[in-house]
Structure formats: C-alpha cells, structure tokens
Design a protein around this ligand. Sequence first.
Ligand SMILES: O=P(O)(O)OC[C@H]1O[C@H](O[C@H]2O[C@H](CO)[C@@H](O)[C@H](O)[C@H]2O)[C@H](O)[C@@H](O)[C@@H]1O
Length: 372
Amino acid sequence: MTKHGVVLGPEEAVVAAARHFSFPPPRTGREPCKKLAAQVDLGAAAVTGSWLDSMKASSPRHRLMAPVPGAAADAEHEDWMERHPSALERFDALAAAAKGKQIAVFLDYDGTLSPIVEDPDRAVMTDEMRDAVRGVAARFPTAIVSGRCRDKVFGFVRLAELYYAGSHGMDIRGPTAGADHHAHAKEEEAGKSNGDGDGESVLCQPAREFLPVIEEVHGALVAKVESSIPGAKVENNKFCLSVHFRCVEEKAWGALFEQVRSVLKDHPGLRLTQGRKVLEVRPMIKWDKGKALEFLLQSLGYAERSDVFPIYIGDDRTDEDAFKVLRSRGQGAGILVSKFPKDTTASFSLREPAEVKDFLRRLVAHANTTAT
Ligand SMILES: O=P(O)(O)OC[C@H]1O[C@H](O[C@H]2O[C@H](CO)[C@@H](O)[C@H](O)[C@H]2O)[C@H](O)[C@@H](O)[C@@H]1O
C-alpha cells in the first residue's frame, strides 16, 4: 500500500447506528430553506429585482431563509443540523463510511481555508491551516478548487504538492512537487496537456478561447463599475471575473448590477453567477467545480472505482455543483462550511474555517492511527 492508500479505521458504525444516523443523511423533503440556484443565468433572470433579492440573500445578515423569530429559529437551526450534522461531531461515522476506501480531499479556498474578509487580496491562510492541509496532502491526494485565479490561490496556499483548480475549475494543474499518487494524472497530462506558455504543464483549461473576451470585459468593468460605484472592486481571475460588492452600500447594489448587465449584453458568450457578495462573470460553457471534481477523479484513476471516498469541503453556492456530483455518485462526503442554515446538497456541515482545520487534523490523526 502506498502512503496514500491509507485505510480509515474500524468500529464507529456502531456509534453511528446508536445515534440513528444514516450516511449520507437522506433528503427528507422538508428542507425549508429558500431555494437559491447555485448559478443564475443572466438572460433567464434579467430582472434587477430578483437579482437584488439574490444579492441580499448572499449576506448572512439577510440569511438564506425566511426570518423566523426566537424559538422557531432555534428549532429550524436544529432541524437543519439534523439533516447536515457537524462533520466533527459525526467524525466517527464518517470515518466508518470511509473505511477501506481511498480518500481524496477537495478544498474550496475563500470561506473554507481562509475567513471571509473585506479585501479579497488579504484573504490569507494561517500557518496552522497550511500545516493541516500539508498533513492531509501527505496522506491523500488533495486539491484546492477555487473561483480564484490559479496563480493567486497558489500564492495564498503555497503548497506545491497539491492539485489546483482555479477559475472555478477552468484551470487545473497537477502537483509540481512531492507526491507519489499522481501516476494516473501524469498519464492524463501527457494526453491533455495544454501549455500556457509559462513553461508549466497544465492538465485542463476548457475555457482557453475565452481569454481575449475576458480581458476585454475586465477592462470595461473596471472602467465602468469601479469608477462609478464606490467600494466596487473587479478582480481578474483569468478565465472568469469577480465583481465584488462587499464594500458597496446596499442602496447602490441595483446600480452595480445594471452596470454589469450593460457590459455583458454585448457578450452573449458570457454568463453571470453569484457568490458571497460577489457577481461572477464566466464563460458560457458547461464547466463548473463539479466538472472539475469529476476531471480530477478521472485523472487520479478513481472515476470508475467504487472504493474511493472523496471529501469535498466548501462554503459557497459554486461548491454546490461539486456536492451534487458526490450525491449523484453516491460516494464520499460533501461538507458545507456555514454557521447559518442554507439550502445545500452537502451531507455534513462545519461552522467556520477553524473547524475545517480541526477536521483536517483529525482526518490525518485518524489515518495515522489506522494505517498499516
Ligand atoms: O471558490 P472560492 O475559493 O471560495 O472563491 C470564491 C471567490 O472568493 C473570493 O471572494 C470571496 O472572499 C473574499 C475574501 O474573503 C470576500 O471579500 C468576497 O466578498 C467573497 O466573495 C475571491 O475574491 C473571488 O475572486 C472568488 O471568486
């Protein structure tokens, strides 16, 4: 067995059974949260009002569910936690479900490995979190799957042994150092490499042809939105763009949306989606974090295997595409990072990045005690 063929340990199914916990938690049909599409097509929902509602709902202050007072809110939260239990509290059950299987770990960045902050350029990761991710990567194939430009997220994480899927999975690259579990990926690379001129080998860039239009729209958005809406910030994520409104007064959100829409109306090849206080401009291709997850599983040689246990941890609507892939494969565990009840396909929850760090450490500790 390679050091990554670690088998997670024994017995905990008994504990899970004692708690009447099924894995993954079933859909009950009583999910009360307001339905929020992970991605909303601009053309289909080109009504400022509905976008504004959606933009407000991306703020915890506005919550994602109809507001309910006091005790009712507590009951609602409890009900949500029952359907999306803490991955830390149910760690033993999770480990039991992974027993004998090859674990692979997929991690979103913002809101998962680093706390959400006002300035996107300052969303740094702590050294403790880096150590935890390093520990996981030494045990299991590990990938960062982020909306950020790949270089930028690498700049934050700085671990060469990981896979990186930047630009919402539209820019995937394998490890540049220190891993022995990448034989399959290397083979894939030979067939699919798509050099980007920087001398690095790239595994997958399905939106390459959109680079010029993304550049053009970036310039137009900076000129139009940043200059007229105080606090707005346009971030170039290479194959997609982020228009941040975290620091924009709420009364200007409608104007910001209208300006973005006016720039995009001349570019039917692009679509608009939404994240946490951010509008995301993306190529109109069928590619998202879920596709990136499938691509990575395929590259690792895991796609057809039933003894694989992918763990995906993310906090945002765009991570739902990956959670859905796990649900439809009936494999692994999706873990949503959120303090608030949200409509999600994830099976488990963690409250914040600090809990993600604890979970990753626990995963490694457990692997260390059960490794043969
Ligand atoms: O997929 P992710 O790694 O979660 O990236 C999604 C977006 O994250 C960043 O924006 C978010 O985090 C910022 C820093 O905490 C925050 O200021 C912003 O409001 C959030 O939306 C990043 O800046 C975007 O480019 C990513 O698309």
